[in-house]
Design a protein around this ligand. Structure first.
Ligand code: DGY
Length: 327
């Protein structure tokens, strides 16, 4: 029977699929409740046929070689897979899989929650209230910015960007977007979204929500120059990957009223948060919760398991990011 190593406990639904198929004794879940230590990761993969990992695990050539030549799949429990050296996996002819689709709507919900919280200053006002410092209703208390009727800019118009755009209809918003290439015209019409270049996206967005993958091209795509090019009333939202924003530059922009507010689910060096950002009262900061609903995390576990089941049964995994090696 093949052996499977899971780097951290995930919802039982997925683990049970693997246990039923391969026997409970062949599915080993790392015991720690936290990010697995590098040495435990390297030790844990030795001799396994399948690795089920999470986005905080750095899966590079060293890990792949520690596993050995019988490693048949690296199944990431996330849609983003920048934690995996896909080129190294492809070189070794190991398929890498992710969990697309199931977390689209949940992540868009969360991005909207951040947008609304940042626009209406929910973080700082709740902190004041809980601290017992609310002196009653005030005409000038925590004035935020309106959402309805404004312009939503989307950077990265993939599945999650599109789900974000759909939600804007209920707020009567104008939607503009930027991506490497425009989406199909029919889809643009359905979403009521117009393609613009990055300069226009920065200049015209009241809310700018990031939904692109982290790649060498998108690393620090938003820094000092970009914040200066935005409206002083603008709100930036990031539920994609932290390093797409230069956090130090963002903290400077927030502290100096270059832009109005930010809502961040992801950070450059998770779980560390840039100290300057922690000082920004106009930043809503939450700990990478994009896909964190009970339903969606369960579905992600099922897809990660389904990818492994397919591969170990000699079939094509449903969500392979380097399918060229399977041909
Ligand atoms: C993903 O799947 O990439 C998300 O960031 C998880 O929340």
């Amino acid at each position: 029977m093949p052996a499977i190593f899971v780097t951290r406990r995930i919802p039982e639904r997925g683990l049970n699929m693997l246990r039923v198929a391969f026997g409970p004794e062949n599915v080993r879940v790392a015991p720690q409740d936290g990010v697995i230590e590098r040495k435990d990761l390297v030790e844990g993969v030795r001799g396994v046929d399948a690795l089920l990992c999470i986005l905080t695990d750095s899966i590079d050539a060293e890990v792949m070689d520690a596993a050995g030549p019988q490693l048949k799949i690296i199944a990431n429990y996330a849609v983003g897979y920048n934690n995996i050296d896909v080129a190294a996996a492809t070189q070794r002819r190991i398929p890498v899989t992710n969990t697309p689709g199931v977390l689209t709507e949940t992540t868009a919900d969360l991005a909207w929650a951040l947008l609304m919280a940042a626009a209406r200053r929910l973080g700082e006002s709740e902190r004041l209230l809980r601290a017992g410092r609310w002196a009653g209703w005030g005409p000038m208390l925590f004035l935020g910015v309106d959402i309805h009727g404004k312009t939503l800019g989307i950077y990265g118009m993939g599945r999650i960007g599109q789900a974000m755009a759909r939600r804007a209809k209920g707020f009567d918003m104008r939607v503009i977007y930027h991506d490497q290439t425009p989406i199909a015209q029919e889809l643009e019409q359905q979403l009521n979204a117009a393609y613009v270049d990055k300069a226009a996206l920065l200049a015209e967005s009241d809310f700018l929500s990031i939904h692109c993958p982290l790649t060498p091209e998108t690393r620090h795509a938003f820094g000092e120059a970009e914040f200066k090019a935005m409206k002083p009333t603008a709100v930036i939202i990031n539920s994609a990957r932290g390093p797409i924003i230069d956090e130090k530059a963002l903290a400077h922009a927030l502290n100096n009223n270059v832009i109005f507010a930010a809502g961040l689910d992801v950070f450059e060096d998770e779980p560390a948060i840039h100290p300057d950002l922690l000082e920004c009262q106009n930043a809503v900061l939450i700990p990478h919760l994009g896909s964190a609903s009970q339903e969606t995390r369960g579905r992600m576990a099922e897809i990660a398991a389904a990818n492994i089941l397919a591969r170990l049964n000699g079939q094509t995994p449903p969500a392979c990011v380097n399918p060229e090696i399977l041909q």
